[in-house]
Write a protein that binds this ligand. Sequence first.
Ligand code: NI
Length: 175
Amino acid sequence: MAAYDIRIIGDPVLRQKARDVTDIDGALVRLVDDMIETMYEAPGVGVAAPQVGVQKRLFVWDIGDGPNAMINPEIIESDGEWTFEEGCLSVPGLSWEIVRPKLVHVVGRDLDGNEVSYEADEFEARMFQHELDHLEGTLLVDRLDPETRKEALATLRDLQIGAEPAKPSRGLRLR
Ligand code: NI
């Protein structure tokens, strides 16, 4: 049983900007452990704190080198262009070809408070950009061109994924 349920598109927590982490304490370490467990259970290659309902700037990832966490991450440089079919645990079962920079330089802090720096390419760079988007309240559907985005939102509605509750129409109220 996973430590957390992954929040699904339509949940307002996924649309809020996360706040900087100011204290690295025991509670934060437990949060990271639980996020890693949730990531493996899903399974996924990355989970950002808003996806478990926590508005903090941190994410966990494992692209094959074991689990990692980054706190207050920032992209300080990006370059190139790379198209990749991208999915998200918060938009289950769907994926789209999305163009993003091919290379990024990400800096942040690890769980000991030490500065970390990653110069990442292709898949790793993609994962970092995707997780950083979550901290800004951005989801992959926002990275689609307007026409594809419209189709994507229609598909989500058809699948009843993250459907916003329909507002009752005044004209149709039953007595
Ligand atoms: Ni995601």
